[in-house]
Design a protein around this ligand. Structure first.
Ligand SMILES: [Zn+2]
Length: 310
């Protein structure tokens, strides 16, 4: 039995070493400081989501059939995001996100969750994964921008995933999640590779269409109320928007390197205006798809009566 014992011991030591290195890498990956460069959410490469993170609390209606909006305040923890005029993006966007959540809960008819409600760092993949695991109907990531020395640059923008990035994300999702995942409630396991890829591609395309619709509604409802960038609708290869089955947008609330914009975004009045516009756009979005139900009455109609025009 001696040789067998030695082999078993060697195997266990190798296994322990493997587990230890894996755990060390996982810890290091979460704690490596990431430099706060502009547009870091575009280019930063990330580790896959760590297993076992907690799902956030859901506020608002208790009925699971009600649409669920997941709001994602960008950055957090060791990653402050942009800074300017004495403001830090991670703090500013958390306050904007809370204001929007409170406004949506106040108006009723929806469920709302924040990916983070404190100064926690989350990987980009964890943020969209939270939305997927909660079976969210919308995902809205909130950021603020910096223009460095160009203090005159101002205005909000609404980002959706670019078409190229969307197809690429669908392909990768199909490869990676093939075995165990669901897309729009349909199990991909046993579908065969080609069928899975087609299901994911179809789902991603529909998701893109709905993401674009929300972006358009935010622009429309915000016109004259929120100062937008001259070209407010953008698309980019944003990692945080890649859930193939949750319509997702990223809202750049403005440039905190611009004095008046910084003042606006950090004031209670500025936060209120932001939350009212986004809440109205979100309600119209769900009202159009029939997901708000009939119990919410006139709250589903926009305050300025522009629901029928584009
Ligand atoms: Zn940001």
């Amino acid at each position: 039995m001696a040789p067998f014992g030695r082999i078993t011991a060697a195997f266990l030591i190798a296994l322990a070493a493997f587990v230890f290195v894996g755990a060390a890498l996982a810890v290091a990956g979460r704690q490596l400081p990431v430099p706060a460069i502009g547009r870091d959410y575009v280019t930063r490469s990330e580790l896959p989501p760590a297993a076992g993170f907690d799902l956030p609390d859901v506020a608002g209606e208790t009925d699971d059939d009600r649409p669920l909006v997941v709001i994602d305040p960008g950055h957090g923890g060791h990653d402050p995001g942009a800074s300017g005029q004495g403001l830090v993006e991670k703090t500013l966007v958390l306050e904007l996100a809370r204001e929007l959540r409170d406004e949506l809960v106040r108006q009723g008819g929806l469920r709302v969750a924040l990916t983070r409600d404190d100064d926690t760092y989350l990987l980009l993949e964890e943020r969209s994964e939270i939305a997927r695991r909660l079976d969210a109907d919308l995902f809205i990531s909130i950021h603020a921008d910096s223009a460095g020395e160009a203090a005159e640059v101002a205005g909000a923008s609404i980002y959706t995933l670019s078409n190229d990035a969307s197809s690429e994300a669908a392909r990768r999702f199909a490869e990676r999640e093939n075995a165990a995942d669901r897309i729009n409630g349909q199990l991909l396991a046993g579908q065969g590779e080609n069928v899975s890829a087609i299901l994911v591609e179809l789902s991603q395309r529909r998701t893109q269409g709905r993401s674009d619709e929300l972006a358009r509604l935010i622009e429309r409802e915000g016109k004259g109320v929120l100062p937008f960038h001259p070209q407010p609708r953008r698309s980019a290869a944003l990692r945080v928007l890649r859930a193939p089955d949750v319509p997702s947008i990223l809202y750049e609330s403005g440039f905190i390197t611009n004095e008046s914009e910084a003042e606006r975004l950090s004031s209670p009045e500025g936060r209120r205006r932001f939350a009212e516009v986004l809440a109205r756009a979100i309600r119209i979005y769900f009202a159009r798809s029939g997901e708000l139900g009939t119990g919410t009455g006139s709250a589903a109609a926009p305050a300025n009566g522009t629901a029928t025009g584009e």
